[in-house]
Design a protein around this ligand. Structure first.
Ligand code: AHR
Length: 333
């Protein structure tokens, strides 16, 4: 009888343990379905969707994000490259939602068309952080945007031109635009136009996208030279890579970049510094890609329930042929 009692007690206690464990598991599942799975060793799992690998700037940005994540013991990064296609980016975000990551971060290829997927992330309880580029969407759908003021960059480029290409004669400008519909292409154009609008001798005579790449920048510049040749006075390029492509096209056409045609671009990557030191590029407005550490901090702050400013702005400078050589040794990208 004693033996039977012992066995009975043991059975009851095992059953209680099993039921507690099951209850626990159910609790975890409930938590997971509200968006947060938690990574290995309690790490914050972050799904990051990058635009692509279109430029020197982007390569530096990817390196900064990956290295900052690797260095941070609290972060586990899942990285996805959208290859400059919005549909790939939307797929990646949906896959992050399905994997129940803790935070989603992405640099939007274009400015519009993300409302539905952002709403899906919100419904799943997964906070979203934007890096580098903004979206046109209800601000309640993301926590913050870490990146540059692209309108300001366009204004700085135009102001540099007015200060350094001073004349009352007509100035014919050709513009190499970034990816159609992307925030930097829209804003850099708007900022530049805003500054030149009262200076009627400065005119944009041609404007076309070079998709932020060297190859397309060169192709578009070749077409501009074919149609307008020696009438072109200034190239305004939305990034350094397209400007470097344009420099090649100008040289092949038989003109001297930086002298016959002044060239102003945006980013401030090492390739642009080399071109400025060679006198082929006149100015580059800085756009800082080293956003990794700020992103990791924002992720931890969001998970800790801190309110973040809707826009964490990056500080940036202006470089030209007068200060490029002095600055070059300090450049990190
Ligand atoms: O969004 C930032 C822009 O994207 C950079 O200026 C450009 O080089 C990149 O491809």
């Amino acid at each position: 009888m004693k033996k039977f009692k012992k066995l009975f007690t043991a059975l009851i206690s095992t059953a209680t343990t099993i039921s507690l464990m099951t209850g626990c598991a159910a609790g975890n599942n409930q938590q997971a379905s509200s968006g947060s799975s938690g990574g290995k060793d309690g790490k914050i799992v972050v799904g990051f969707s990058q635009v692509g690998a279109e430029s020197e700037w982007r390569t530096a940005n990817t390196k900064s994000v990956k290295e900052s994540a690797e260095k941070d013991p609290q972060i586990e990064l899942k990285f996805s490259d959208a290859q400059q296609k919005q549909e790939n980016q939307i797929k990646a975000i949906r896959s992050f939602i399905a994997q129940k990551v803790d935070v989603i971060a992405f640099s939007p290829v274009v400015q519009t068309g993300f409302d539905t997927v952002l709403q899906e992330a919100k419904t799943a309880g997964i906070p979203v952080i934007l890096t580098d580029r903004a979206v046109d969407a209800d601000p309640s759908l993301y926590k913050t945007m870490i990146g540059s003021d692209f309108v300001e960059e366009g204004k700085k480029a135009a102001q540099w031109m007015l200060d350094n290409v001073k004349t009352d004669k007509p100035v014919n400008i050709v513009e190499l635009q970034g990816t159609v519909g992307s925030a930097p292409a829209i804003d850099r154009k708007a900022g530049f136009e805003e500054i030149i609008k009262d200076h009627t001798n400065y005119k944009i005579i041609k404007s076309q996208t070079g998709d932020f790449t060297r190859t397309k920048g060169k192709e578009v510049m070749e077409a501009f030279l074919k149609s307008n040749g020696k009438n072109i006075n200034v190239v305004y390029s939305h990034n350094d890579d397209m400007a470097i492509g344009a420099i090649q096209a100008i040289e092949e056409y038989g003109l001297t970049p930086g002298k016959d045609i002044k060239i102003i671009s945006v980013d401030g990557v090492k390739g642009a510094f080399e071109a400025m030191m060679a006198g082929k590029l006149n100015a580059s407005i800085e756009c800082n890609p080293l956003l990794g550490e700020q992103l990791m901090q924002a992720i931890k702050d969001v998970k800790a329930g801190k309110e973040l400013p809707k826009w964490i702005k990056t500080e940036e400078g202006i470089f030209d042929t007068t200060n490029a050589a002095k600055e070059f040794p300090n450049r990190q990208y």
